[in-house]
Design a protein around this ligand. Structure first.
Ligand code: FE2
Ligand code: FE2
Length: 424
């Protein structure tokens, strides 16, 4: 995975700074020098489109992010106000926020001028970003309190939650549009945002190493299926795992109803992805707000979609077997790719089996099985199926990105499997 340097000004970050400078004053908080000592901007100089060329052409002595100050930048009061709105707009997460006095804790996150300028640029660029950052910080605190983390650990998860996606400021906006099908190149860029975030937190925001580490690990999974490093559970820190779970729950809350129920399924579907403690904490929170009845009436379309998923898993299995047969004639890198995909696919398959739907062969069997259960069970099966579809897509992306990194030949060899896994 590439290690981005902060000495070179990132084009995408600079574009966002310049766009933000049209709404508020952004100026050099000190003289800005190139690496070889040329003064590029004087202290107090306004940042504008005209500064762009000068800044982008040179390596800087100090990261640009540390040399900017913004007027009317984000402060602790605004974080708390955003936190209040975020809590009110996510009633489905209430048990994780209740009783803990979480909001005032946002004030304890140390914000140096560089952190304020980056948060302000992020907010100015896309007003959805700061509510997402704050939601992750609050969820990490809520989970952390239930897990009985120490005060120091709570401070770490709050700061890491707030800054977890700060590295996305370095990514081309087109790649962040979740409605687009990601190309391997786009996915490769996205996969590096935790690495950038880690570097920014340590070198620019002045955060302790534990905060930077938790940011680096916020997309890792205990089964080794995450990114950027694909680390196993034993190499992940507790704070990183809390922020990863908070981030996952936040994205569920931002995209639909019943976030805690969906989170509970997502957390336990592949048993070693998340800490068992986290799973029980979320199960417990879910139990506290469970409605008396779940309205979920599967229809013929659900049966159709489930049958399609059944066929897709079957086709993927056939392709896996074919690849396994041919592995002796291929590069060693192919075996590693195959092993990783095979291991993760096996876990998804087991999750599918847990629903009992893998025993159905005909469409009418699905209709019958989905129709026979009631209330919570139907609802839960629906959640599991949704999660399985999502996991297959994630696996497709991961495989496509890693195959491209090996060689174009590997990318095309694995493409039929990627297509089947991705086809939703
Ligand atoms: Fe995020
Ligand atoms: Fe992220």
């Amino acid at each position: 995975m590439e290690d981005p340097s902060l000495a070179r000004v990132n084009q995408h970050y600079l574009d966002r700074v310049i766009a933000a400078s049209q709404q508020r004053d952004i100026e050099a908080s000190e003289d800005i020098y190139s690496e070889n000592g040329i003064k590029l901007l004087s202290k107090g100089a306004r940042i504008s489109g005209a500064s762009q060329e000068r800044l982008i052409l040179h390596k800087l002595k100090k990261p640009l992010e540390s040399c900017l100050s913004v007027s009317e930048g984000i402060d602790a009061n605004q974080l708390v106000a955003i936190g209040q709105q975020v809590i009110e707009s996510a009633p489905g997460l209430a048990p994780l926020f209740n009783d803990f006095g979480l909001l005032p804790r946002l004030r304890d996150i140390p914000l140096n001028p560089a952190t304020i300028s980056m948060l302000t640029v992020a907010h100015s660029h896309d007003p959805r970003m700061l509510p997402h950052y704050v939601l992750v910080a609050l969820l990490a605190l809520g989970l952390g309190r239930r897990l009985k983390l120490t005060e120091t650990e709570l401070g770490v998860v709050a700061a890491a939650g707030l800054l977890h996606d700060i590295g996305e400021l370095y990514i081309d906006q087109r790649h962040l549009d979740r409605s687009q099908v990601l190309t391997p190149e786009a996915w490769r860029q996205i996969a590096v945002h935790p690495v950038i975030g880690h570097k920014l937190a340590r070198e620019v925001c002045g955060m302790p190493d534990a905060v930077a580490q938790a940011i680096l690990q916020h997309h890792e999974r205990g089964d080794g299926g995450g990114y950027p490093r694909g680390l196993p559970a034993k190499e992940l820190g507790r704070e990183g795992r809390v922020v990863a779970a908070a981030e996952m729950i936040a994205s569920l809350a931002e995209h639909g109803e019943h976030p805690l129920e969906r989170a509970e399924v997502a957390l336990r579907i592949v048993p070693i992805e998340y800490d068992p403690d986290l799973v029980s904490v979320v199960s417990q929170a879910m139990g506290e707000c469970r409605p008396a009845e779940y309205r979920f009436a599967p229809d013929a379309q659900d049966a159709e979609r489930t049958h399609a998923l059944f066929s897709r898993i079957g086709r993927a299995l056939e392709l896996m077997n074919q690849i396994q047969h041919e592995l002796p004639q291929r590069e060693p890198a192919s075996r590693q790719l195959y092993d990783r995909a095979h291991r993760r696919f096996g876990m998804i398959q087991r999750a599918f089996s847990s629903t009992g739907l893998d025993l159905c062969g005909e469409r009418k069997d699905f209709e019958q099985l989905l129709g026979d259960t009631s209330g919570w069970l139907q609802f839960e099966v629906g959640l599991v199926l949704g999660e399985i579809r999502w996991r297959l897509r994630e696996l497709a992306r991961d495989l496509a990105m890693r195959a491209t990194q090996v060689s174009p030949a590997e990318a095309s060899y694995f493409q039929p499997l990627v297509d089947v896994l991705h086809d939703g």
